[in-house]
Design a protein around this ligand. Structure first.
Ligand code: AMP
Length: 329
């Protein structure tokens, strides 16, 4: 697979790299990092990283506009970090001569001619690191920094739960990346974890008002009023979900944030117990086993999600207790 992808990159003079709507550092890091690495190895190619920019993550780099001289019929499209067609930002897959998908989400649908999907990988950035290590692509310093930031963000600083083999692979690839690129990680962590005081105050509000259900779901409803009073936007409010891991008794936690501008409610869910992506999928969302999201039309659906997550936690705890009893027999 690596070789097939490498050969296609080598073959095309024009390459467009796309990712999902509402991008996070993994999507942007993979996209912008890969663009830089391709240009570093093939300076004469035209490589574009496309999609709507996000002010919050501008430290990851700039994005490109596709000008009129791009001939899609002769170009290669690489879609990163996106499992389904409807969430691809800024391009029409059907226009391209050839298409490749590189993604670590659980499979949803076939979108591209060539698909490399590895849902045991911590991040799409990890897959790009692996790809570079296994092919002749030399990793540029700028590219290495983007890939490192994306991987760190998607693992929440190596906190997320993967099986032993996957964790070893992640650390091994990070070790190799640091060795070849010699990047300084301190400023990269500052980029990722610097928050403004308004977000910190909102985090305090969430801590004070988090509701915890009977079976261990922690949730907070952030109305437009609360979000406005704290002077943050609803996407940043939802991102705070990553800061609520390891609360005793809380297995699953979510932010329910109103987005008045888009007339919807954003749901950001995390888990250190049951798999949650199935519930997100029921509400036209999706994601990973332990990190998922959805956008729902009203608070009713949001409360339904809380109830379903609570049932999941109940079942999860009962199964755990059952396993413990079996072990003690
Ligand atoms: P977030 O909470 O926004 O950081 O998202 C966590 C994960 O869930 C990411 O992998 C997203 O791609 C995925 N996700 C978030 N929102 C949606 C959505 N509306 N539809 C499908 N997947 C989503």
């Amino acid at each position: 697979m690596h070789k097939k992808i490498y050969n296609r990159i080598k073959k095309y003079n024009t390459i467009v790299i796309a990712r999902h709507i509402g991008p996070d550092p993994d999507a942007l890091g993979a996209q912008i990092g890969l663009r830089d690495i391709i240009l570093h190895n093939f300076p004469n190619k035209k490589v574009y990283a496309v999609g709507a920019p996000t002010a919050k993550f501008k430290y990851l780099g700039t994005l490109d506009r596709l000008n009129d001289d791009v001939v899609f019929e002769e170009a290669l499209l690489i879609v990163v970090d996106t499992p389904d067609k409807k969430r691809i930002d800024g391009v029409n897959v059907d226009l391209f001569k050839e298409t490749i998908k590189i993604d670590h989400h659980p499979f949803i649908e076939k979108v591209c001619d060539l698909e490399w999907i590895d849902d045991t990988s911590s991040s799409t950035c990890q897959m790009i690191i692996e790809f570079c290590m296994k092919t002749k692509l030399e990793i540029s310093k700028y590219g290495a920094e983007r890939l490192f930031m994306g991987l760190v963000a998607d693992t929440n600083r190596f906190l997320f739960n993967y099986d032993n083999e996957s964790t070893i692979k992640t650390f091994d690839l990070v070790k190799k990346l640091l060795k070849v690129s010699k990047i300084d990680t301190t400023p990269l962590y500052s980029n990722l974890y610097m928050r403004n005081i308004n977000e910190m105050k909102l985090q305090g509000y969430i801590s004070q008002n988090l509701i915890i259900t009977e079976n261990g779901v922690g949730y907070i409803v952030l109305t437009d009023e609360v979000i406005k009073n704290h002077n943050v936007d609803s996407a940043s409010a939802g991102n705070l979900v990553n800061n609520f891991n390891y609360i005793e008794g809380v297995l699953v936690w979510l932010m329910i944030s109103e987005d008045k501008k888009q007339n919807l409610i954003r749901i950001n869910i995390r888990s250190r117990g049951p798999y949650i992506n199935t519930v997100a999928e029921e509400y036209n969302g999706g994601g990973h086993k332990y990190a998922s999201g959805a956008r729902v039309p009203s608070y009713n659906e949001a409360y339904e999600i809380v109830e379903k997550l609570d049932s999941l936690c109940k079942k999860y705890k009962e199964e755990l207790e059952g396993d413990e009893k079996d072990e003690n027999k």
